[in-house]
Write a protein of this length. Structure first.
Length: 155
């Protein structure tokens, strides 16, 4: 089976999925080297986005909203990071968590990995094309998330 179509396909869910999983495979392989998962990287990012300390419920909500997993999966990923020494409880009654030195180092390593690989994936694509793709993907994401929210009670 050929991987290059004869004509440029229209943007659709299968194409988006293939692009996502092709890029994600790179990250998954890097995460596996240290025994981590994609969900761990999302949770680390949620904490890092709040200057390295965030409320547990905010981390859970961010993770659920971002990757559409059940809250229990998000909490489990956070617990695994805490058990591994990458995050620790803080605040009153341990309602918040923060990255440890090890967690910050893992996050930095993942950032360095992205900085090395992004130019190989996106580097020679014209900025105008990336801008158009970005605008279209934002619209697709907004519409899909709105539909997901409207149909959540039906599942």
């Amino acid at each position: 089976m050929s991987t290059a179509p004869a004509t440029t396909p229209l943007l659709n869910s299968p194409l988006l999925g293939r692009a996502h999983y092709a890029a994600r495979a790179l990250l998954d392989r890097e995460l596996a080297r240290s025994g981590h998962t994609f969900l761990h990287s999302i949770v680390l990012g949620a904490i890092a986005a709040e200057d390295g300390e965030a409320g547990r419920e905010a981390v859970t909500a961010y993770t659920v909203r971002t990757v559409k997993v059940p809250p229990a999966d998000a909490r489990r990923a956070l617990a695994e990071l805490m058990d591994g020494g990458y995050a620790e409880a803080t605040g009153e009654e341990a309602g918040s968590v923060r990255l440890t030195g090890e967690g910050a180092a893992l996050r930095a390593r993942l950032g360095e990995f992205s900085a090395r690989t992004a130019p190989q994936v996106y580097g020679d694509i014209p900025a105008e094309d990336l801008a158009v793709a970005g605008r279209v993907l934002l619209q697709v994401m907004e519409r899909a998330e709105a539909l997901y929210a409207r149909t959540a009670d039906r599942s």
